[in-house]
Design a protein around this ligand. Sequence first.
Ligand SMILES: *Cc1c(COP(=O)(O)O)cnc(C)c1O
Length: 220
Amino acid sequence: MIAASLEKIRKELPEDVTLVAVSKTKPVADIQTAYDAGQRIFGENKVQELTDKHEVLPKDIEWHFIGHLQRNKVKYMAPFVSLIHAVDSFKLLKEIDKQAKKHDRVISCLLQFHIADESSKFGLNLEEAQNILSSNEFIELHNISIVGVMGMATFTDDTEQVRDEFRTLENYFNVLKSHFFKYNDAFKEISMGMSGDYPIAVEEGSTMIRVGSSIFGARD
Ligand SMILES: *Cc1c(COP(=O)(O)O)cnc(C)c1O
């Protein structure tokens, strides 16, 4: 079931779109099944769960942290995390840099934008992101690499609204690319699209989709 779902999604995905298999709440055995079916990139949104799973699963898995991240927990994932999707403050970015430095690593990060209409969702607006990227302090951070943007659309059946929100994120990406990353090839990712909306996200320029329930089944 997991292998078949993975294959189905991979088949319909353009080659240059990365699939992050969101394994939060799912047992290690399910991740191993997906791994055996060739999947190497997994996403988690709780630090403890991420570190527990990292410890027991194959070491060539690329672990992405996709949830809201508290600063005091960065240190637990700093030795191994390969991409942090939801950087939503300068303070958090500075802490990631500090912890990455301790391990002599450069940690890749995405800036999370608030694109949905729900007030509960985290994320920056364009001005806040521009303020971070244009500050002198930012230039001093050598152990983080901003490789793109991330966002979550509103949970709604209104596909036009979802499409509009993804377009907004793509537009933010383009603005930042042209102002801050024009000659930086690493800045290339637009992380958008989940089980319910990834086909729309891909149509609107997503380079990275985060899919959980469509691979592993519904969560409790
Ligand atoms: C849980 C989660 C997903 C995956 O959601 P599904 O609907 O199960 O595909 C994607 N992104 C984030 C940030 C999540 O927390």
